[in-house]
Ligand binder design. Sequence first.
Ligand SMILES: Nc1ncnc2c1ncn2[C@@H]1O[C@H](COP(=O)(O)OP(=O)(O)OP(=O)(O)O)[C@@H](O)[C@H]1O
Ligand SMILES: [Mg+2]
Length: 607
Amino acid sequence: MKTKIIKLDSLTINKIAAGEVIERPSSVVKELVENSIDADSTEITINIQEGGKKLIEIMDNGNGMSHDDAVLAIQRYSTSKIRTADDLFSIHSLGFRGEALASIVSVAQVEITTKTKEDELGTLLSIKGGEIKINKKTTASNGTRIAVRNLFFNIPVRRKFLKSITTEINHITEFTTKLALAYPNISFSLNHNGKSLITAPKGDTISQITSIFGNKVAKACISIDKKENDYLITGFITKPEFSRKSKDYMYIFVNKRPISNKLISDAILQGYGTAIPSDRYPIVFLFLDLPTEEVDVNVHPTKKEIRFSKEPFIFSLVESCVQNSLTENGLKIFERVSDTRVQPTLFKEISKEKVIANTQFSDTTRIKSTVEDKTSIRMIKRRDQPIEHFLPEGDKKGRDKEIQIEKKVSIRVIGLIKSTYIIAETEEGLLLCDQHAAHEKINYSKYLRQLENMKVSVQKLLAPVSVQLKPSEFQMIEEMKLQLKVYGFDVEVFGKNEILIRSIPSIMGVTISHEVAKDIIDIFKEHNKEIKENLVLEDLDFIKEIVSLFACRRSIKSGDKISVREAEKLIAELLSLKEPFTCPHGRPTIIILNEKYIEEIFQRDYR
Ligand SMILES: Nc1ncnc2c1ncn2[C@@H]1O[C@H](COP(=O)(O)OP(=O)(O)OP(=O)(O)O)[C@@H](O)[C@H]1O
Ligand SMILES: [Mg+2]
């Protein structure tokens, strides 16, 4: 390798920098819209073509730029937003690095038309690959219009790796949604290939929530308004019954900047306590206004990350705010005790001590655990697993009677315990079957078989269920309509951002609640890539999720009383499957305590 060092030219430097700031079309939208907001605009229009690959156009009615400023703006490190390094410690604008425009113009063809209200004529700049091609005065209205064409035209590798149009437009839609929520005093409109995706006229936060998420979500909102010294927390949370399977409905803003931050989302979840199961998330729109000097946004090139100087304080403030609002609205909140959701960094030490204290065995438990270690229960993993594998470890006496499970002749159901487990007697010993897991496995296998044969039996719903989606989800589900049909879901577009589920796979019943309908959408949304890639059916996690969603609500639940006949039928049906011994999630469906094991527990060492 040559060792001679050269200084890179400015286009190359800008292209490298652009790699960090401009990752995809949505980053261009982000940077340009943030500039429009910083320029005090009250109306922002975003026009996109082909997911932003062809065109990204942002028009605002903000302050505009003078001719000299416009020329300067496209150069690196030129900004009107900070003056000295000290300003970095109290940033009030969304931009501050003076990098975004320089990056964009170095990787696309850009046209800027801008005019301040003091100037009579505006400026038109046309830039290609960082070089100004046209620079002239023009008639224009106050404000700025920036059109970005053919993004990454000069970085073919980058362009090639741009995601699908749907993915890109979803990012853009989601980002616009967040800004519309954070700036209700600005009217936003987003159009894709001439079709309107978001129209959020000026108003307040709740009117933005209504126009983007629909009436139902808006009506479920509980307001939060808490001020403690210089800390202000406002916004809305929703009652636990509105929880979703996906985190995507937790909108958090710090000083009007949309952020995703584990500390804050954990604090919100902690505030909900046990009111929401640990695999679900609430719908929240929370705005934190914190002293700028306590928030560091200069951590990541895209400003995605944020750091707080008083983490524990912010954690407990958010937690108590959420908790108090819920209790004031008549909900009893129980604290999560053994929460797997992470506590803030500074609390870790305490929790560690707690864990140690809890795992100090008392004498009795210690004795119990050693007994268990010696003769542990073996779970059946395969149908042809020889019986010796179910014997206590180290005991090979049973070797001479290698009975195969295959040869099992009869099963006699003895009864049910806790309305959950079927107890039966088999030749091998005592059989325990989790009726819920068993039924889930049976449903799962049926559904897979139908899918393999491309013949999913479908149930038309007596009452179709409508689901209000947010714009980015609506796009995605609309595109997936045909795939959904293959899986037995007939979905129809119904009004703006609303869909109607008309039929479902028949193994799942005849009706679905609104909650289940939302969960189905969340599951398809979460696994949209997986579904599109057409992987081997058994590998598709979302099928397991769909089946267990229904299994939880419809198939025999633990707690449901079933008759002996039904129990026999269930076990027989389960054992007729190729892989009967584990549920779709890998948990056991059946456990056999063989005779030898039972004898050992009773210490009947008479042989
Ligand atoms: N839509 C706009 N209206 C008015 N001025 C603008 C607009 N867009 C950009 N500018 C001006 O151009 C300058 C450079 O913009 P650029 O986005 O490159 O940097 P920045 O916003 O200052 O910082 P950052 O790189 O963090 O975004 C801004 O500081 C601002 O003065
Ligand atoms: Mg900027």
